[in-house]
Design a protein around this ligand. Structure first.
Ligand code: 13P
Length: 248
């Protein structure tokens, strides 16, 4: 069975002092969680947060990773640098990166490969826009994104990674996908993995839902057979809210 995984994507929020306060409050609230718990703070908070996570059940993640080992890539951060900070997970290809920073299916694939090579688990984001959903192309969009993201990655590595299905229209809008729609689209994503890597791998990959997931709707979403966790934005910025999602 797939162990559920709930991850907090803090996006561009929290100074190091604020991050410490949030983690300090969060640790006791999620200590008995039955799912994997991950937080993904901004890079500048890693040093502040890491010592507070020692000996806890909270894993450290980041929001992006560059594919090169090092070199002239101003403003970027490599996988081995992050590994040295104890980072275990990396969100890759978030729709905000695709939309505002020119992230493409090709760069998502490169970043995922670099993360895997460094021993960091990618959380690869896919999802359709409102226009795409309304024109009925959701399934082909997420299938294409999934195939492209996984291109050239061995099945043994694919089975360890995490995919986050985040419909863009549900992010930060308070408009959550219905549990039936989320479940159905995640089944399509799993189908794309099955085609590319076989049944066993598809059955092993954990696929999260993300998009206005909160303490009120978490249990309902998590009750669906295809939904293996959540990628939480807004509700991950308050210890109480995030812990209630984790302890759904
Ligand atoms: P919200 O939970 O704020 O909708 O954000 C979802 C998200 O983008 C997580 O990566």
């Amino acid at each position: 069975m797939r162990k559920p995984i709930i991850a907090g994507n803090w996006k561009m929020n929290m100074t190091p002092a604020e991050a410490k306060e949030l983690v300090g409050a969060l640790v006791p609230l999620v200590k008995d969680a039955t799912c994997d718990v991950v937080i993904c703070p901004p890079f500048v908070d890693l040093c502040a947060v890491k010592p507070l996570l020692e000996g806890t059940n909270i894993h450290l993640g980041v929001q992006n990773i560059h594919w090169a080992e090092k070199g002239a890539f101003t403003g970027e951060i490599s996988a081995n640098m992050l590994k040295a900070h104890g980072v275990e997970f990396a969100i890759i290809g978030h729709s905000e990166r695709r939309q505002y920073f020119g992230e493409t299916d090709e760069t998502v694939n490169l970043r995922a490969k670099a993360a895997i090579a460094a021993g960091i688990t990618p959380i690869i984001c896919v999802g359709e826009s409102l226009e795409q959903r309304e024109s009925g192309v959701t399934d082909s969009i997420v299938t294409g994104q999934t195939r492209a993201a996984l291109a050239g990655i061995d099945a043994v590595d694919v089975r360890k990674l995490v995919i986050a299905y985040e419909p863009i229209w549900a992010i930060g809008t308070g408009r959550t996908a219905t549990k039936e729609d989320a479940n159905a689209t995640i089944a399509v994503i799993r189908g794309a993995i099955r085609e590319a890597c076989g049944e066993e791998t598809a059955d092993a990959v954990r696929i999260q839902y993300g998009g206005s997931m909160n303490p009120k709707n978490a249990a309902e979403l998590m009750s669906m057979p295809e939904i293996d966790g959540g990628l939480i934005g807004g509700a991950s910025l308050k210890a109480e809210d995030f812990s209630r999602v984790v302890n759904y």
